[in-house]
Design a protein around this ligand. Structure first.
Ligand SMILES: *[C@@H]1O[C@H](CO)[C@@H](O)[C@H](O)[C@H]1NC(C)=O
Ligand SMILES: *[C@@H]1O[C@H](CO)[C@@H](O)[C@H](O)[C@H]1NC(C)=O
Length: 534
């Protein structure tokens, strides 16, 4: 019965195929079925961007590692990550870059291909981590495809997802389609995607209270919700007199000397022994000290009077007050307000005489409107005697030093999205520099009027604030009070004004990233350890 034999012969491969399919589906189910297989105290941090340019996600990684978590940071390469991530508990996994030929294709075609490649790459990374994460922290935006992947991986492996809301992905995408904006089909899909996969998570972190309120209202987010404000890197702090001396006597001498407006304005100085802001009690005649002077002979003992005492520079009493504003010179910052305020200050200072200091106003940054405003400033200050306003470009490493050396920061930022805060004020506060800031919607989350800074509405008010804060310079109690809210806990005066009414810690005190993280995020990640251990 050859036909039967033939049938058997035909059935064997089919049977084999059926077994393989069954086995594969069983494998797939075993792979996809929800289970708890995470390692306690392991976290995966996913950032679909250049890791080195995602400071907030790097600080998260650092904080998790400091809390003894195995920390896997997954993202793209490009810039070097912060050195403090080079520690045994942190492992960085770089995703492969999307192929170059994709860029040649139109966005509408390249975007989906890029997404598919990203999905595969992230999936593989997340599933091959040696320590399956207890938490997956993901930055949003971009939302596509990360939110869906971490949601799925979270379901399969039992990892708890934490979404760090920096902004809204769909609103950024809408800017690519200026004509249709949020009505564009792609934007609608993106919004649906973000709202669907972003809605449920173990926890949500927000960069502002305003974003928290907006999303809770619009999307009815589920999970623990915590506002975690941005903080500058650790190297942003108040500058010591030594640092101010190095900045002005050495680094900035050339760029300040190149400013014609400053001729005869700054007090005379003799670098490297003194600058317009600092002095040492040595002079060029004393060849035993100084940067460019011949090296000092080795001291006969540590107590050698000149060698040990002459080194430390101090702030000069006759220095001008230093005001700083950093800007990208875009139309949403109206420098006309600052120039008008400075003109008003100049007029008052002439009348007030010695009670008010001279002002050196340094504007840093590059941008389209710089030429226009600086030409205006140059024309105006020909008639000024007490105020000079210069624009300067600084090396990245000098920027925090300048902020930390200044007496007052000025912020003219007007937010367009109403959900974000000016990073420059965050940087200034990190340097314990009080600010006068132009009022806008959610500014109050950052600048506490009358505590760590003052909020103004127009030029006249700004002029008045500068005058009040700087009267009696360099001894200005009002300004010191503002600064005391921003100093690190160890440097705060023993009886700062914020303790006047109660001994409790005031919410208006500036906290570092670490303090903030310990207060808001740490309880979220340790709460579960306790629950699992019992
Ligand atoms: C720069 O240095 C020169 C001498 O080296 C000094 O005369 C000048 O005052 C300095 N300029 C500033 C702005 O400090
Ligand atoms: C520098 O100043 C300190 C204290 O202000 C003083 O003790 C020291 O003698 C001074 N040194 C010189 C070379 O004048």
């Amino acid at each position: 019965m050859s036909t039967v034999t033939l049938n058997y012969e035909a059935a064997i491969p089919r049977l084999g195929a059926a077994i393989v399919v069954l086995w594969l589906s069983w494998k797939a189910w075993a792979f996809l079925k929800p289970r708890k297989e995470y390692t306690l105290r392991a976290v995966a941090i996913v950032v679909l961007g250049d890791i080195g340019r995602s400071p907030r996600m790097m600080y998260h990684a650092e904080s998790f590692a400091e809390n003894d978590f195995f920390t896997d940071l997954i993202g793209y390469g490009g810039s070097a990550p912060i050195p403090s991530l080079e520690r045994p508990k942190v492992k960085i996994h770089y995703l492969p870059e999307p192929p170059h030929w994709l860029r040649a294709l139109p966005f509408i075609i390249s975007a989906p291909i890029k997404v598919v490649l990203q999905v595969l790459a992230i999936f593989i990374e997340l599933f091959t981590l040696p320590n399956p994460p207890e938490f997956i922290l993901v930055q949003n935006p971009p939302s596509i495809p990360t939110l869906a992947i971490v949601w799925l991986v979270g379901r399969i492996r039992g990892s708890k997802v934490i979404i760090d809301w920096h902004n809204l992905g769909y609103s950024i995408l809408a800017m690519r389609f200026p004509n249709s904006g949020e009505r564009h089909p792609l934007v609608r899909i993106a919004k649906w995607f973000e709202a669907t996969f972003g809605q449920k998570a173990y926890a949500h972190l927000f960069v502002t209270q305003a974003m928290h309120d907006f999303l809770v209202k619009e999307w009815d987010l589920q999970g623990i919700k915590v506002v975690l404000h941005d903080r500058p890197p650790r190297r942003f702090h108040q500058t010591t007199p030594q640092g101010i001396h190095e900045l002005f006597a050495i680094k900035l001498n050339k760029s300040l000397s190149a400013q014609p407006a400053l001729t005869g304005f700054l007090p005379p100085s003799d670098p490297p022994y003194s600058s317009a802001f600092t002095a040492t009690n040595a002079s060029a005649a004393d060849v035993r000290i100084g940067g460019d002077a011949p090296a000092p002979p080795p001291p006969s003992s540590v107590l050698d009077p000149i060698y040990s005492e002459v080194q430390a520079p101090f702030l000069r009493a006759d220095r001008p007050a230093l005001l700083v504003s950093s800007t990208s010179w875009t139309p949403d910052e109206d420098f006309g307000i600052l120039l008008a305020a400075l003109g008003a200050y100049d007029a008052r200072a002439r009348r007030a005489g010695a009670a008010l200091p001279k002002l050196l106003v340094v504007l840093t940054g590059k941008g389209p409107l710089r030429e226009r405003y600086m030409a205006e400033a140059a024309a105006l200050q020909k008639g000024w005697r007490w105020v000079r306003c210069v624009s300067m470009w600084l090396e990245a490493e000098d920027y925090p030093v300048l902020l930390g050396a200044a007496d007052l920061g000025i912020c003219l930022h007007a937010s367009s999205s109403k959900l974000d805060l000016p990073m420059k004020v965050v940087d200034m506060f990190g340097c314990a520099l009080p600010v006068c800031a132009l009022d806008f919607d959610c500014l109050g989350e950052l600048v506490k009027d009358g505590k760590n800074g003052l909020i103004f509405k127009d030029a006249a008010q700004l002029a008045e604030q500068i005058e009040t804060l700087l009267t009696g310079f360099p001894n200005c109690p009002r300004l010191s009070d503002l600064r005391s809210y921003l100093l690190p806990a160890t440097e705060r005066p023993t009886s700062p004004p914020m303790y006047a009414s109660s001994q409790e810690r005031s919410d208006d005190l500036w906290e570092t990233w670490d303090e903030n993280w310990a207060r808001f995020v740490r309880p979220l990640i340790l709460r579960d350890v306790r629950r699992n251990e019992t």
